[in-house]
Design a protein around this ligand. Structure first.
Ligand SMILES: Nc1ncnc2c1ncn2[C@@H]1O[C@H](COP(=O)(O)OP(=O)(O)OP(=O)(O)O)[C@@H](O)[C@H]1O
Ligand SMILES: [Mg+2]
Length: 278
């Protein structure tokens, strides 16, 4: 078993309010995960330790099949690790997947109101709060639209608004923009960065927002994250990590983003070569 020494993380500059409330937004401690019957087990994750600081934006990067979704599902509490511990002291995380998973028989607004209801928001406040969240993702006026009337990018915005409706301090995102065209994805990168920064603004009045974002797109990881964690494959382990100090808002075509992406891609390629994947 390889032991990976992680660099000590400085607390994120954003989210100082929550930094005093909880020591970390998520703590993944020596987590391993295997699937299958005893005797015919496949180990997918091996001894993974990652701390996400309050207000921090972390991207998990790795080749297809390396266990990113498995790890995110463990943090979400949808499955249990075979070994190790997962802590999310700020409460239940919000989730957003590649597929929007909106209820097609409800309007955009009603999808969000459902999340508000599950959170216990009183009925009289739900409509106004849903309108506010739609405005936050720049979908003002879309409350009454049915899901099939929305473009792919608009659906992902509604899904983002619904995830934000949970008012969690930790947002788990599993390739949420992978199915979108490059321009729409670029716009949503800007939106996500803006929403994350605003939530961590000390005057925001919110509890702060940490993001654990899964992708196999290196540029996307460098565009968004304060820290990129590269996973190896078969089994998934923490191979390396990078602090990304490029100031936000970044552009995907920035030369600093391109340079770091080239460096990380080299490492990702090395991981893929080592494991004989394509
Ligand atoms: N419930 C399950 N039962 C058995 N095997 C599983 C289960 N979930 C995932 N796996 C296996 O675990 C491995 C990692 O899958 P996972 O979906 O976590 O990868 P990933 O990194 O998210 O890949 P991608 O980038 O393609 O989404 C795969 O080999 C997959 O077949
Ligand atoms: Mg996946």
């Amino acid at each position: 078993m390889t032991t990976t020494t992680l660099t000590k993380q400085e607390p994120a500059t954003a989210g100082t309010d929550t930094a005093t409330a909880v020591p970390h937004a998520a703590r993944i401690g020596h987590v391993s995960k295997s699937f299958g019957r005893p005797g015919a087990q496949q180990q997918v994750l091996d001894d993974i330790s990652i701390d996400v600081a309050p207000g921090e934006f972390v991207c998990l990067l790795g080749a297809s099949g390396c266990g990113k979704s498995t790890l995110l599902n463990l943090v979400a509490g949808l499955d249990a690790p075979s070994a190790g511990t997962i802590e999310t002291p700020g409460g239940r995380p919000a989730l957003m997947f590649q597929e929007h998973a909106l209820f097609p028989w409800l309007t955009a607004g009603r999808n969000i109101e459902l999340a508000l209801r599950l959170r216990g928001v009183p009925r009289a406040e739900r409509r106004g709060e849903a309108e506010r969240l739609l405005e936050l993702v720049r979908l003002k006026g879309a409350h009454g639209k049915r899901v099939h009337e929305l473009s792919g990018g608009m659906r992902q915005r509604v899904a983002m608004a619904r995830a934000l409706a949970q008012d969690s301090q930790l947002l788990l995102m599993d390739e949420p923009f992978a199915a979108l065209d490059a321009i729409t994805r670029d716009v949503l990168h800007d939106e996500l960065t803006r929403i994350w920064s605003a939530a961590n603004d000390s005057g925001s009045g919110t509890g702060g927002l940490s993001v654990l974002f899964v992708t196999h797109n290196v540029r996307e990881a460098v565009r968004l994250a304060q820290r990129v964690v590269l996973l190896s494959s078969r089994p998934g382990r923490v191979a390396r990590e990078w602090q990304v100090d490029i100031p936000q808002p970044r552009r995907i075509e920035d030369s600093a983003v391109a340079d770091l992406s080239i460096e990380i891609t080299e490492h990702l390629r090395g991981e893929i070569r080592r494991h004989g994947q394509h």
